[in-house]
Each structure stands twice: as C-alpha cells, then as structure tokens.
Design a protein around this ligand. Structure first.
Ligand SMILES: Cc1cc2nc3c(=O)[nH]c(=O)nc-3n(C[C@H](O)[C@H](O)[C@H](O)COP(=O)(O)O)c2cc1C
Length: 145
C-alpha cells in the first residue's frame, strides 16, 4: 500500500459548485481505481491523503497538480504503509466554510477528526503529517471565535 499527502491553496474564484465537481470526479475515479483517502477543505486550503497502488496514486497526483482550481500544490510526503486507514473516499468539512455554519458544528467535526487520528494506532510519518496539517488548518477557524 502506498500513500501520499499534499496540500494546496484553492483558487480565489473557487465556488461550492467547483467543490462538488471535484468530489464527483474523485468519487468515481477513486472508487474505480481502488484509491481511498481524505480531502479536507477549509479556509481556502486543501489537505489530501491518498492511499492505493503506487502507480495509480502517483499518476493521479500528476493530474491533481495540473488542476487550475488550486495552486501552490506542495507534496508533504509519500511512502509505503502496511494498510489503509480510510475504507473509502472521504471529503471532510466541505460546507463548514459557510459563514452561517455554527461553530459548535465545527468543534464537533474537529473532535471527530481527532478521534479518527487516534484510531490510527501506528501511523506512518506521512499519515501523521496529514493529521497534523489538518488540525493546524482547522485550528485557524476555532481561533476566529
Ligand atoms: C484539491 C483537489 C483534489 C482532487 N482530488 C482528486 C481525487 O482524489 N481523485 C480524482 O479523480 N480527481 C481529483 N481531483 C481532480 C483532478 O485534479 C482532475 O480534475 C481529475 O483527475 C480529472 O482529470 P482530467 O480532467 O485530466 O481527466 C482533485 C482536484 C483538486 C483541485
């Protein structure tokens, strides 16, 4: 099993429809190619963990890098791991960017996310990095209270 973690900045013109389109593509493609993982979107930042066959994951990453809907794509880490952490493809926090969303919802999400990171008993450095960067991005929102 191979994993890759990257982050990027959403294009300033990104809309919720763009997010939905990314999700639709990812759901179909990742499912068909046995790729699992998580994409977190918050405060115009993306953090993504992909897991699957090495060639499939690296090829997908090449495609993602070229995507005009984001920029400053940074590869945070990649490597082999024993087993998957995610059992399907997940998109986290997609609509909590909306101002009208209650802070309590966000806190609950953050708690759930932390619980998930604890589930990963022996995380690789790359998986750990994904959770650390995700928590950092989420913490901006909680501080803004
Ligand atoms: C932040 C971000 C994450 C993405 N993640 C995936 C993904 O996990 N799977 C996927 O198939 N496409 C994903 N995409 C979309 C791809 O960049 C690209 O549109 C898709 O691979 C289709 O490529 P094509 O238009 O060259 O066929 C993502 C796009 C962005 C901006």
């Amino acid at each position: 099993m191979f994993e890759l973690v990257c982050c990027s900045k959403a294009s300033p013109s990104l809309t919720m429809d763009d997010i939905r389109a990314i999700l639709d593509t990812a759901n179909q493609f990742n499912d068909a190619h046995d790729i699992t993982g998580c994409l977190l979107y918050y405060n115009n930042e993306f953090v993504q963990l992909l897991e699957g066959d090495k060639t499939e994951v690296l090829d997908l990453y090449e495609n993602i890098k070229r995507d005009k809907r984001h920029s400053y794509v940074l590869l945070l880490g990649k490597g082999e791991k024993e087993k998957r952490l995610f059992d399907n493809w997940n998109m986290a926090f997609q609509d909590l960017n909306n101002e009208s969303n209650a802070k309590s919802e966000m806190k609950e999400f953050t708690r759930n996310f932390e619980a998930l990171s604890e589930l990963s008993k022996t995380p690789t450095h790359v998986t750990e990095l994904f959770f650390e960067v995700s928590k950092l991005i989420l913490s901006y929102g909680l501080e803004a209270e």
